[in-house]
Design a protein around this ligand. Structure first.
Ligand code: SF4
Ligand code: SF4
Ligand code: SF4
Ligand code: FES
Length: 956
């Protein structure tokens, strides 16, 4: 489409059941009470000139350009700050108003550089537009007076510039940073003529700015401007698509000039983000055209050989012949595949179809295995469906927000901004996390309680909260009686009431004061609307599934489920982790979470695919690795996942990969896993994909191709060709046909089609005849499984214990500017903020070890050791250290262990007993975990091997 300009209605929408009717320039319009005259006029088709107003921000009333006349009222009020009234009659275009507006514009223009023809924003500048709209032809004051033309330009931010000479001090940027982003990085300094925008008295890079881009987006001039627009020019056309980073699933306008992406602008009608973004989706997309992308298929007979570039046909033929031969020699179950949550739902669906129909087994698993598989298990047991209960918008109705094991400001930034806005409106916050994450205290937001529990004690803490609810009479008896099972509730009530679950007992082992546990439970139960949001700090534990069920129990017992403002909500790590689970990527389930042993379900797919399908579940990822080491599992297809970097116990993973007879990697870059591969099939970036991503709210978002596949093929085409070459003909003419097949075979998707998504924007599954436009909030009226099921959740400490040798607990997480294994973000300017993984350590633990700020340290567990730099921080509790895992040079998973969730095998990334020691001097490059292991894992032939794409999954 041509460049999409969203209609700016001037002030935000008001929701009120009371409606007001009025007239604008003789046209009747009816709007909700509280709406501004400016917005009402825009809805009536009359755009009143404006500069300081935009519908993304509350009205400010500073520029005086939007004046109107109102019958019976004195003067010329600003339409942006004047609310409508019944029977009001407004005139927007009178000689008086025109004169006044020209006068205002004259003042602005007299202090604005007249370089429109050479300005980067020429043709995309509201000041220019408004000068035209008010008919300004001359500036009577001239340009010789006092002005700001000599103000120095700030180019410190990697992605945008700040040119104060062009600033009209409308303060839209300041307000966007406060109202939309919630960072409060900008202020207006000085008064009158001297007033100016300031990033807290310093430059943008050194300020609190997190580069979300909200200020750039609302700036009506070229003062704040994307550097890409300055270098490439104003874009000419738009493709609507979806961010490929985290599970928030922000919608973007990809704006292009010719075939080149100029910028990504968050889309106002995006269901998940409503026009907001973070630095990754907004700016860090350059990796898609990075020179290290591999665009040709490659093969080699042995990982000791150099890669040979070959045609697609040869690569597919090479892979198919070997897969077939391995099955002939070692059996049908000797091969399998891992699909990726970075890929589209359609791509993932096709991979599991290839495994089940062409490979003839169920050996398919997905990277969700190592992140949110306990969510799927736990929520299915209790509520009946493997997904979060709410849409993001629901948080606007929450009174109490409990964030557990998640760090939304870094890992889910756009949703964090929405949460923070709700907290500024008065919602109370509880943070349950070992680390004092930013949410605990940020501008105008402070947690009522922070429970800095010891890693591994989640379940005990949740049981203690439930104990208080049950023993202090805080159960919502009516809800439980009506909506939940009597028997399982009675058993659970008895269980949590036991003394061992009391806050006083739990306080000892969790390290949290009992009074804080009691106060948190009371606050949550009092609500009235209490919502739980959680991340991988919940799931990546040996009791991950237990913890998910414990949270679900608490929500049911207090009636916090089944309406807006409440719920149990996983903050999904990756863009399509929900979708990859939905699409049947687990070895025991078809799409829609239906077990492979269910004859009726299998019959649906046997009919659709024309093959008899295996009824026994296949191998999970860790089972595949174990079987590879044992020699019974011989070949693996890995789609868009870098298991050699992202999965736990790197040494074991690499040993498994090295033992394979055939490893096929489909990816963007030659990653760590590709070092062990025999076939490399180039993948597509999100800018080339055509399909859907499904976000943390079950929202199915379209991903539209911005450019043709740079490798010449969609990923699903390559997979179909591989299946076909193995003797199972598989093919589609276009991606929409894959979604059509998903809809035909999956009841929760039966109403979904690309046509529907193109028409309505996005829908949340279930989307079927009962809910043709999707389901924003689940379990309304009744649970998907009927009655809510309580599960007893006894606390069982992890086997991973601190010892004298390994006295500290390591836990891991993400940082805002980087993403998972960093394959994408490390190939962007985001490295300016975070160029290496850092170990955070409490001052006491640091001092005890002689570790100072910035010192090099070794961190060792019983399975491995790596080297990185230390940051001494009181954010950490004593005895706990923390790092990110974005850089292969650090290889944080070298130290993580084989322990995993009892129900799902999700690795226990969050609890590793370690020791930290100061290094006397800087290590020889590369300072990393590979120094101790890589040579053991057969990395010969990895010349040119590089970093990683995708999943990683360690943390939220
Ligand atoms: S930088 Fe832009 S948005 Fe901010 S005050 Fe200046 S003109 Fe307005
Ligand atoms: S980019 Fe975002 S965080 Fe930075 S100043 Fe602008 S609005 Fe604030
Ligand atoms: S919040 Fe997540 S989905 Fe949204 S722009 Fe940032 S990384 Fe992308
Ligand atoms: S737009 Fe109304 S005062 Fe600026």
């Amino acid at each position: 489409m041509t460049l999409l300009r969203e209609h700016d209605l001037g002030t935000p929408e008001r929701s009120s059941e009371a409606l007001v009717s009025m007239e604008v320039d003789g046209m009747a319009v009816t709007v909700p009470a509280g709406t501004s005259v400016m917005r009402a006029a825009a809805l009536a088709g009359v755009d009143i000139p404006k500069l300081c107003a935009t519908d993304r921000l509350e009205a400010f009333g500073s520029c005086r350009l939007c004046l109107v006349e109102i019958d019976g009222a004195r003067g010329t009020p600003a339409s942006c700050t004047t609310p409508v009234a019944e029977g009001m009659r407004v005139s927007t275009q009178t000689p008086t108003l025109e004169k006044l507006r020209r006068g205002v514009m004259e003042l602005y223009i007299s202090d604005h550089p007249l370089d429109c023809l050479t300005c980067a924003a020429n043709g995309d500048c509201e000041l220019q537009d408004m000068a035209g709209a008010v008919g300004l032809r001359e500036v009577r004051y001239g340009y010789a007076g006092e002005n700001h033309f000599a103000a120095e330009k700030d180019e410190t931010n990697p992605y945008f510039t700040f040119d104060p000479a062009k600033c009209i001090v409308c303060s839209r940027c300041v307000r966007a940073c406060e109202e939309v982003q919630g960072t409060f990085a900008l202020t207006i300094e000085g008064r009158g003529f001297a007033s100016k925008v300031s990033p807290s008295g310093t430059n943008f890079f050194d300020s609190e700015c997190v580069s979300c881009g909200a200020c750039v987006q609302v700036c009506p001039t070229a003062t704040l401007e994307e550097k890409s627009v300055i270098s490439l020019g104003v874009p000419r056309r738009t493709v609507l698509t979806t961010c490929a980073y985290c599970g928030v699933g922000c919608s973007f306008k990809a704006e292009l000039r010719g075939d080149e992406v100029v910028r990504m602008v968050p889309y106002k009608d995006g269901g998940a983000n409503a026009g907001h973004s973070c630095v990754k989706g907004r700016f860090a997309w350059g990796y898609a055209t990075h020179k290290e992308r591999v665009l040709s298929p490659m093969v080699r007979d042995s990982i000791a050989d150099e890669w040979r570039e070959v045609s697609w046909d040869d690569a597919i033929g090479f892979a198919a012949a070997r897969l077939t031969s391995i099955q002939e020699r070692h059996g049908v179950g000797s091969i399998g595949a891992i699909s990726s949550s970075r890929c589209t739902a359609e791509e993932v669906f096709v991979v599991q179809k290839m495994v089940r129909a062409a490979f003839g087994n169920n050996n398919v698993d997905t990277c969700a295995r190592v992140c949110h598989s306990p969510t799927g298990y736990g929520l299915k047991q209790t509520f009946g469906t493997s997904a979060g209960t709410q849409d993001f918008r629901s948080v606007d109705q929450a009174d109490v927000i409990v964030v557990i094991g998640a760090n939304p400001t870094d890992a889910h930034p756009v949703f964090a901004s929405r949460m923070k806005r709700r907290m500024r409106e008065g919602a109370r916050l509880v943070v349950i996390d070992p680390r004092r994450i930013d949410l605990v205290r940020s501008p105008h937001v402070e947690a009522s309680y922070h429970l800095p529990l010891r890693p591994g004690t989640n379940v005990a803490v949740m049981n203690a909260l439930a104990h208080v609810v049950v023993t202090e009479g805080l159960v919502d008896e009516g809800f439980v009686a009506q909506r939940c099972e009597d028997e399982s509730f009675a058993a659970w009530r008895e269980f949590v009431a036991r003394p061992e679950n009391s806050p006083e007992v739990v306080a000892e082992l969790a390290g949290v004061p009992p009074e804080d546990l009691r106060a948190t439970a009371r606050l949550y139960a009092a609500g009235p609307n209490s919502a739980i949001y959680y991340g991988l700090g919940v799931t990546e534990h040996s009791q991950g599934s237990t913890m998910v069920m414990a949270m679900a129990n608490l929500a049911m017992a207090t009636g916090n489920i089944g309406r807006e403002g409440v719920g149990v909500n996983p903050l999904r790590g990756q863009n399509n982790v929900q979708g990859s689970c939905d699409m049947g990527s687990f070895p025991h389930e078809f799409s829609g979470y239906r077990h492979v042993s269910d004859d009726a379900v299998r019959a649906i797919f046997e009919e659709a695919w024309g093959r008899t399908l295996e009824r026994e579940p296949g191998l999970r990822i860790p089972n595949m690795f174990d079987a590879a080491v044992e020699g019974t599992f011989r070949a693996l297809f890995v789609q868009g996942e870098d298991v050699a970097q992202s999965d736990p116990n790197t040494k074991h993973v690499k040993a498994a990969l090295a033992a394979l007879e055939l490893l096929i990697v489909q990816d963007l870059f030659l990653n760590e896993t590709a070092a062990f591969a025999h076939v490399f099939l180039p993948g597509t970036s999100f800018l080339e994909k055509d399909g859907t991503f499904i976000n943390a709210e079950r929202r199915i978002n379209r991903v539209r191709p911005v450019m043709a596949p740079r490798n010449g093929k969609q990923e699903w085409e390559a997979v179909c060709e591989l299946a076909t070459a193995m003797g199972y003909p598989m093919g589609y003419e276009r991606s929409s046909q894959i979604m059509d097949e998903i809809a035909r075979t999956t009841p929760t998707f039966s109403g979904v089609s690309f046509e529907l998504l193109d028409r309505v924007g996005s829908v949340q599954w279930p989307c079927n005849e009962n809910a043709p436009l999707g389901t924003p909030v689940m379990h309304v009226g009744q649970f998907v499984r009927g009655k809510g099921h309580f599960v007893d959740t006894p606390y069982v400490p992890t086997d991973e214990r601190t010892t004298r040798r390994f006295p500290l607990i390591l836990t891991t997480g993400r940082i805002l500017s980087q993403y998972n294994v960093g394959a994408q973000t490390r190939r962007t300017e985001n490295v300016a903020w975070h160029a290496e993984d850092i170990l955070e350590i409490h001052p006491f633990d640091a001092e005890e070890r002689g570790v100072g700020e910035g010192d090099w340290v070794t961190i060792a567990s019983r399975v491995g050791e790596t080297v990185l730099r230390a940051h001494v921080s009181e954010r950490m509790p004593q005895g706990v250290v923390y790092t990110t895992f974005h850089f292969p040079a650090t290889g944080a998973n070298v130290v993580t262990t084989e322990f995993s969730d009892w129900a799902t095998n999700c690795p226990e990334y969050k609890v590793t007993a370690v020791q930290v020691r100061a290094l006397a001097r800087e290590p020889q490059a590369p300072a990393n975990g590979r120094t101790s292991h890589d040579h053991e894992a057969g990395t010969a032939g990895r010349a040119g091997s590089e970093l990683a794409d995708t999943p990683a999954v360690l943390v939220d």
